[in-house]
Design a binder for this molecule. Structure first.
Ligand code: AMP
Length: 185
């Protein structure tokens, strides 16, 4: 039987951020997904670095799946040219569908939405509800304050030290690709 299609769920900003390196690294991620034959699962929008990942992935020939709630179709410029587009009723449903269709989770720089998505999959992992790898790409050190916050949470006794083991922060694209290949084959 052929090996199952590997899909990476990418959570990231619907904005570009102030540092052009974020968008540039997001495009590199899109190309990296295509190079490895992995499918991009994402929020279906055409804005911010979310749009950059998808554009680069599509141009490089990656398979794509977008998941977006009806009410965000115009605000986030939902793409209708993806191999698969799922339109949901709610934000909760969006996260559920993205998660269910992915083998690994990747978080690029983003805002409150990306944090919401990250913490949801992290807490599910903490509860033993799944074992999917969760990787954060620390583009230009963007997520370092988040790593510090998690250390603070552990130090103050609001999480077990093993919370650290449920996600991995990688410094660059090379390390990200190495980790994903090791996890997904
Ligand atoms: P942000 O990181 O704030 O730019 O948001 C990134 C993406 O997450 C955007 O597509 C938002 O629409 C989406 N988002 C924000 N909050 C939620 C949520 N509670 N459930 C699902 N998606 C969300």
């Amino acid at each position: 039987m052929p090996q199952a299609f590997r899909s990476i769920c990418v959570f990231c900003g619907a904005r570009a951020g102030v540092n052009p390196a974020y968008a540039s690294e997001a495009r590199d991620v899109g190309v990296m997904l295509a190079r490895n034959g992995w499918r991009l699962v994402y929020g279906a929008g055409d804005i911010g670095i979310m749009g950059e990942v998808a554009r680069a992935a599509l141009e490089a020939g990656a398979a794509t799946m977008g998941v977006i709630p009806t009410h965000l179709m115009s605000r986030e410029q939902g793409r209708t040219d993806l191999a698969t587009l799922v339109i949901t009723e709610t934000m909760h449903e969006r996260k559920k569908v993205m998660f269910a269709n992915s083998d690994a989770i990747l978080v690029l720089p983003g805002g409150a939405g990306s944090l919401d998505e990250f913490f949801e999959v992290l807490t599910w992992r903490q509860l033993g509800l799944h074992g999917k790898p969760i990787l954060l790409l620390n583009s230009s050190g963007y997520w370092t304050p988040l790593a510090d916050l998690i250390e603070h949470i552990i130090a103050q006794g609001f999480a077990e030290p093993n919370l650290r083991e449920f996600f991995e922060m990688v410094p660059d694209l090379e390390m990200l690709e190495t980790r994903l290949i090791a996890a997904l084959g």
